[in-house]
Design a protein around this ligand. Structure first.
Ligand code: SF4
Length: 238
């Protein structure tokens, strides 16, 4: 264990807990409690998490609405449906044939394990491994399910996290797991971790877009890019 820790420390410079907390507090002050995930049931969270892969949430909302119209909004109902019927309802989510098959397969697999309630009895490690063993569930989707369905103290690392943390100066992409675990060590609360992710998604849409709009950004005072400490930064300092 010690050797493992040392080898990780040699490879990765983890962000200071104080900087993670500074970012978390600034975002919580700015956005408040965002009450994520935007869904009515755990089954809907799962469905949304699959549909949002490689597409925006706005597109997913239309698909969820159409699935609700025909009562295809539970793991059981989707398991018993055909990929063709699901595909017809989720066209707005893009790659709809592929996603419909993936969604039906994931729902059937979860049902074969006894459903979400059976999975909720597993400890964090076993649940993480089991979810990752299901075709169609990658790291980000697994993290979302652990955080928002199962209430585990897990942080969701997505493209907004990488972009914002990268610009602020908190990570490089290869450090994914270590950085995630560091964040979970610092913010030891499921609600706060879920809200942190939600706030980063909002910041990524409101300010830290592909081309950043730094004016009015609530975390500019701690951002390397804004301070001109990162290549391409400083253009917004007046
Ligand atoms: S100051 Fe600019 S680059 Fe830094 S986090 Fe805010 S929007 Fe992104």
């Amino acid at each position: 264990m010690l050797l493992r820790s040392l080898s990780i420390m040699e490879r990765v410079i983890l962000p200071e807990p104080s900087r993670i907390l500074e970012l978390y507090n600034a975002l919580e002050r700015y956005y408040g409690d965002l009450k994520w995930w935007p869904a009515e049931t755990p089954d809907e969270i799962l469905i949304g998490a699959i549909l949002t892969q490689n597409t925006s949430w706005k597109n997913v909302e239309r698909s969820i609405y159409r699935l609700r119209e025909v009562n295809l909004i539970t793991i059981d109902s989707i398991s018993e449906s055909s990929p063709e019927l699901v595909a017809e309802k989720i066209r707005s989510s893009g790659f709809y044939n592929q996603k419909a098959k993936r969604l039906v397969d994931v729902c059937r697999t979860i049902r074969s394990f006894g459903g979400l309630s059976s999975l909720s009895e597993l400890d964090d490690d076993r649940l993480e491994h089991l979810l990752l063993s299901i075709k169609g569930i990658g790291m980000e989707t697994m993290e979302s399910l652990l955080c928002y369905i199962f209430g585990r103290k897990v942080f969701v690392m997505d493209k907004y996290t990488f972009r914002i943390f990268g610009r602020i100066g908190l990570l490089s992409e290869e450090d994914r797991i270590e950085i995630r675990h560091r964040i979970e060590e610092v913010i030891k609360d499921n609600r706060k971790l879920g809200n942190f992710h939600a706030a980063l998604v909002n910041l990524g849409k409101d300010h830290c877009r592909t081309v950043p709009e730094c004016h009015g950004c609530p975390v500019s005072s701690m951002c390397n890019y804004y301070m001109g400490l990162t290549e391409g930064g400083s253009a917004h300092i007046r």
